[in-house]
Design a protein around this ligand. Structure first.
Ligand SMILES: NC(=O)c1ccc[n+]([C@@H]2O[C@H](COP(=O)([O-])OP(=O)(O)OC[C@H]3O[C@@H](n4cnc5c(N)ncnc54)[C@H](OP(=O)(O)O)[C@@H]3O)[C@@H](O)[C@H]2O)c1
Length: 291
C-alpha cells in the first residue's frame, strides 16, 4: 500500500517554490502558505494546496518547512499569525538563513509548544538543489533530525548533520560564507592583476577553477594542524607566505591597482613574523587571529 506523505511549505520565494516542487515530485501532498497569495498560483496548478491561514497550513502536515527571507519574517509569521495549539508533535525544518542566536531562540520557542525543531542552512542556489552534491547544514536534536532526514534528502544529497547544538548549522553558514567572501576579495584582487597585465579575465576564471581543489586540500590539511595544536613545519613554512604577500603588495603598487586586500594579507603575515611564528607551519597564523 502506498503511504501518504504530507508536508507543508511556508514561504514561496525562489527557494520555497523549489522546495515545494521537489516534494511534489516525490509524491508528497504539499500544503503551502505565502504572505502574497499570487505566488502560490503556479504551485496550485501543479497540485499543491494553498491555505490562506498559516495555522491551517501548519495543521495540514506533521512536517513543516519554513523558508522565508529572514528570521524577522519567520518570527512575524510564527509569533504573530499562528495559532500554536496544533504544534505539539510536529517537526519544523527551518531553512531560512539566520544567526546562531536566531536558531537557539526558535528551538526554545518550538520546544515550548511541543514541536521538534531542526535548523538548516542551504549552501546553494535554487537551481542547484536536489543534486548529489547539494550541501545543506543542519543541526538540532537527534530525534528531530531522524524525523526530518527523509525530507532533507529530497532537497540535497549532502546533508551535513552537525549535531544536537542547534546553533551549529547557522554558525557553519557564517563560517562558509566568511570563507567565500574572503576568497571573493582575493578573486577581485586577482582580476585587478589580470587586467593590469592585460591577461584575459575569463582565462583567469578557468585557471582559478583548476588550482582551487589543490588549495582547498591544503586548507583542510592546515585545519588539521590547527586542531592538533602542533605547529611544527610539515608542509609550508609561514615565512614563504610572509614573502609572497609582501611580493603581491609591492607588485600591486607597481601596477597602480587597488592595494587594500594586498595590504591586509601582508599585514597579517608581517604580524605573525614579528610575533616569531616565521619558522612554524603556515597554520600558526591562527595565533594572530586568536590574539
Ligand atoms: N535563493 C537563494 O539562492 C538561496 C540560497 C541559500 C539560502 N537561501 C535562503 O532561503 C531563504 C529564502 O530565500 P529566497 O531566495 O526564497 O527569498 P525570496 O525569493 O526573496 O523570498 C522571500 C520570501 O519571504 C517572504 N517574506 C518576506 N518577508 C516576510 C514577512 N514579513 N512575512 C511573511 N513572509 C515574508 C516572502 O513573501 P512574499 O512573497 O509575500 O514577499 C517570500 O516568500 C533566505 O533565508 C535565504 O537566505 C536562499
Amino acid at each position: 500500500m502506498k503511504t501518504i506523505k504530507n508536508a507543508t511549505v511556508v514561504g514561496l520565494g525562489q527557494m520555497g517554490i523549489t522546495l515545494a516542487r521537489l516534494l511534489m515530485k516525490q509524491n508528497y501532498n504539499v500544503a503551502v502558505w505565502n504572505r502574497t497569495k499570487q505566488k502560490a498560483d503556479v504551485l496550485v496548478k501543479e497540485g499543491a494546496t494553498f491555505l490562506s491561514n498559516v495555522s491551517d497550513a501548519i495543521n495540514a502536515s506533521n512536517i513543516i518547512i519554513i523558508c522565508v527571507l529572514d528570521y524577522a519574517a519567520t518570527k512575524d509569521i510564527l509569533f504573530n499569525k499562528l495559532v500554536t495549539d496544533g504544534l505539539a508533535g510536529k517537526t519544523i525544518i527551518q531553512l531560512t538563513t539566520g544567526s546562531p542566536e536566531d536558531a537557539r531562540e526558535l528551538e526554545t520557542w518550538a520546544n515550548k509548544h511541543g514541536a521538534h525543531y531542526i535548523d538548516g542552512a542551504i549552501q546553494v542556489a535554487p537551481e542547484q538543489m536536489a543534486r548529489p552534491d547539494t550541501t545543506i547544514f543542519v543541526s538540532g536534536k537527534k530525534n528531530a533530525f531522524d524525523f526530518s532526514e527523509a525530507v532533507l534528502k529530497i532537497f540535497g544529497g549532502n546533508i551535513k548533520y552537525l549535531g544536537e547544538k542547534v546553533s551549529a548549522a547557522a554558525a557553519m553558514d557564517l563560517a562558509s560564507l566568511s570563507y567565500l567572501y574572503g576568497s571573493l576579495l582575493g578573486f577581485f584582487h586577482a582580476v585587478s592583476i589580470s587586467e593590469a597585465e592585460g591577461f584575459p579575465v575569463d582565462l583567469l576564471g578557468s585557471i582559478i577553477r583548476e588550482v582551487t581543489p589543490g588549495f582547498t586540500e591544503f586548507m583542510q590539511y592546515e585545519a588539521g594542524v590547527i586542531q592538533s595544536g602542533n605547529f611544527a613545519i610539515t608542509q609550508s613554512p609561514l615565512s614563504i607566505s610572509v614573502e609572497a604577500t609582501e611580493r603581491i603588495l609591492q607588485s600591486s603598487k607597481a601596477y597602480s591597482i587597488n592595494t587594500e586586500v594586498a595590504e591586509l594579507s601582508a599585514s597579517f603575515f608581517k604580524r605573525a613574523q614579528v610575533a616569531g611564528y616565521e619558522k612554524e607551519e603556515l597554520a600558526s597564523l591562527i595565533k594572530i587571529f586568536r590574539s
